[in-house]
Design a protein. Structure first.
Length: 263
């Protein structure tokens, strides 16, 4: 099976690429920049992985994804690329929110549209979309990022229902990770409180809020990626995958209790 993964230069995307490659699948691993491509090529990775520069916001690269789907008979697309944009919705520059939706949502589904035609011609395929538990449990100052992840889950659900009408076996799955230690959350925390330090409504509270969030994620984050990588593997390879996979189990349960309490 040949699999295309975006955002595969580090973190969950790279770990999933390694796991699937080790299972004998061919993986086309898209990374954001030429610099990132140079870095991963300088490292030792599984020989079944072909790394390519694939900026999901670049119109040329988005078309390239469709060409790769035909060239390598891609059977599975895993849309994983995203950026972490946070901050107060009372004052954030809405251009930042638009850019976040462009990267995390619009580009993800545009690439899905580009890789879908050869799957339909072949008669089968899978589209896997990376959402997040934070889309179901939005937290203060994480609104922009959480909103994109909620949108991904909603659009994937709609596509899942539409796929039942295709004259082909097209499986749609959404994966919702909780907090894992990849450095992504820490960069998002520092980024949002960076621009909020001057002139924010919450300026006086920023040092305390920043420290509190770092401590919270240090406690919450799973240090190993095994559980979320297994979820991605199931979505990609099980004969009859579920629509939604959530990991780790403890955080999935916590999210359910949170939603039930505030419904």
């Amino acid at each position: 099976m040949n699999i295309l993964i975006t955002g595969a230069g580090s973190g969950i995307g790279l770990a999933a690429a390694e796991r699937l490659a080790a299972r004998g699948h061919g993986v086309i691993a898209g990374v954001h920049t030429q610099e990132q491509l140079d870095c991963v090529l300088a490292e030792k990775h599984h020989p079944n992985i072909l790394f390519v520069k694939l900026d999901v916001t670049d119109p040329v690269d988005k078309l390239l994804a469709g060409e790769l789907a035909r060239m390598f008979d891609i059977e599975v697309y895993f849309g994983n690329a995203s950026v972490g944009t946070g901050g107060s919705m009372a004052e954030i520059d809405m251009d930042l929110v638009r850019q976040t939706f462009e990267t995390n949502v619009f580009s993800m589904f545009e690439i899905a549209q580009n890789v879908l035609p050869p799957m339909l011609e072949r008669g089968h395929g899978r589209l896997i979309f990376m959402s997040s538990l934070i889309g179901e449990v939005p937290l203060r100052f994480f609104g922009p990022y959480a909103a994109t992840k909620a949108a991904i889950a909603t659009l994937a659900r709609s596509l899942h229902q539409e796929a039942a009408l295709f004259d082909a076996d097209i499986r749609i799955t959404v994966v919702l990770p909780g907090a894992y230690h990849t450095g992504f959350n820490q960069r998002m925390i520092d980024g949002k409180f960076g621009w909020m330090r001057e002139g924010s409504y919450f300026e006086d509270d920023i040092p305390k809020l920043c420290k509190r969030e770092h401590v919270l994620f240090n406690v919450m984050e799973k240090k190993r990626l095994a559980s979320i990588v297994r979820a991605v593997e199931k979505a990609a390879t099980k004969p009859h995958p579920r629509f939604k996979y959530v990991a780790p189990p403890s955080q999935a349960l916590g999210a359910k209790l949170y939603v039930a309490a505030f419904r």
